[in-house]
Ligand binder design. Structure first.
Ligand SMILES: Cc1cc2nc3c(=O)[nH]c(=O)nc-3n(C[C@H](O)[C@H](O)[C@H](O)COP(=O)(O)O)c2cc1C
Length: 394
């Protein structure tokens, strides 16, 4: 499904398209500046949904630190490097990609737009990008797979404490063509999130973001009555199954046993944890602090990246990065520090809120164009050309 790789895309062409539309007095549907998307999404969403996306843990210190960390690094552009033709293609965790960009798992997308995850999958697929489907999806694994068609797709697991339900969900994911498993470790229970608490807003207990378990035969078999007849009982069975139980390194072989594709652990910040992931035979880690939504006061994810990259040098473990990526230059900085790819989170979620599939596509095309242009303008032709020497650190 992921091969052969098509020729390099000229993502920068979106810039010309926008300016040419200007000749007909047409402007983009909403801002091309990802740092302003949140403010503009606020006017389109109800307070609960907006707070759920924009909110962070505790005081928001880590959410802010994630963005500030990008400011501590600056690109050092090089000139006369013959960078006219750029090639962003890469291969990450067994998947060929037109650019080192993956859509992060973002749950409960139907609170942002009724078309939810299938709209995101269609937008990603139209650009050849890989979208990661969250366990907390508002549509089933199979529905989202169908929307994504032949585009590559990854599945993110919130590890249920019921092994049979877990195995059933993994089997469905494989059958539906999800190639890579991303196991999120940092959210085994929900952090203290004042924006959600002040509105007493939690989608899962309303039966939103529960489509995957509710459509699962093994989960359903454990209920007296199906979720369509007794939503409350289904919610009460699922919520303590996917949240509230931490696990340990010695459980990773269980996942290996039930997933034959690449596995990446998401939420890694400490070099020792990255090393343990490599020792455990994992294929990758996502250096992430969940966009500052879990441990308030945790270090910025970008500041964790160099230590993790150093720790796993020579092991073959692939290091991916998220938390705070908004612009092309953010992505270049993470790539220069050793990330194989970046995951985009809140920006595409805000795009969904603005205009469903088209809104997500506009955000993705804007991000890719910015990345393509800034890569060339800083004197590089491929992401692999970037090294820490291309950065100045304040
Ligand atoms: C509304 C929202 C829902 C999220 N849901 C999930 C999820 O279901 N699973 C997961 O692993 N990460 C989830 N994340 C975290 C993202 O995958 C990613 O780590 C984070 O958005 C990165 O931070 P950024 O968006 O500020 O760049 C969610 C993030 C947001 C904003």
């Amino acid at each position: 499904m992921t091969d052969p790789a098509p020729p390099p895309e000229n993502f920068a062409g979106y810039q010309n398209e926008i300016y040419l539309h200007g000749l007909e007095d047409r402007v983009p549907p909403f801002t091309t500046d990802a740092t302003r998307l949140g403010a503009s999404a606020r006017t389109r969403l109800d307070a609960g949904a907006f707070g759920y996306v924009a909110g962070a843990a505790g005081s928001g210190a880590t959410h802010r630190a994630n963005r500030e960390a990008f400011d501590h690094y600056r690109l050092v552009p090089r000139m006369l490097t013959d960078a006219t033709d750029r090639d962003l293609r890469t291969r990450v965790l067994g998947t060929s990609m037109p650019a080192p960009v993956v859509l992060a798992p973002v749950g409960v997308q139907s609170i942002l737009h009724p078309d939810g995850e299938p709209a995101t999958a269609r937008a990603a697929a139209s650009l050849g990008l890989t979208a990661t489907l969250s366990t907390a999806s508002s549509y089933s694994l199979e529905e989202v797979a169908e929307a994504g068609g032949s585009a590559p797709r990854w599945f993110q697991l919130y590890w249920p404490n019921d092994d049979e339900v877990c195995v059933s969900i993994l089997r469905r994911a494989r059958d539906a063509g999800y190639s890579t498993l991303v196991v999120t470790l940092d959210t085994w229970t929900l952090a203290w999130r004042p924006q959600d608490l002040d509105q007493a807003y939690l989608p899962f207990i309303r039966g939103v973001g529960t489509a995957i378990p509710f459509s699962d035969p093994v989960f359903r078999a454990g209920l007296d009555r199906p979720p369509e007849e007794d939503l409350g009982a289904a919610v009460l069975r699922w919520v303590p199954m996917f949240t509230g139980t931490d696990t340990s390194w010695d459980r990773l072989p269980f996942l290996r046993q039930h997933w034959d594709g690449p596995i990446a652990l998401k939420g890694i910040q400490h070099p020792d944890d990255a090393r343990r992931a490599a020792d455990a035979g994992m294929d990758g880690v996502v250096v992430s602090n969940h966009g500052g939504r879990q441990v308030d006061g945790a270090m910025a994810s970008l500041d964790a990246l160099p230590g993790v990259v150093r720790a796993v040098e020579g092991t073959g473990l692939e290091v991916l990065f998220d938390s705070g990526v908004r612009t092309g230059s953010d992505a270049l900085k993470a790539l220069a520090l050793g990330a194989r790819a970046v995951l985009l989170g809140r920006p595409f979620a805000y795009g969904l809120a603005h205009g469903g599939e088209d809104g997500v596509r506009h955000v993705l095309r804007s991000f890719l164009a910015d990345l393509h242009l800034t890569l060339g303008l800083s004197g590089h032709r491929t992401p692999d050309d970037l090294t820490p020497d291309d950065l100045w650190h304040r």
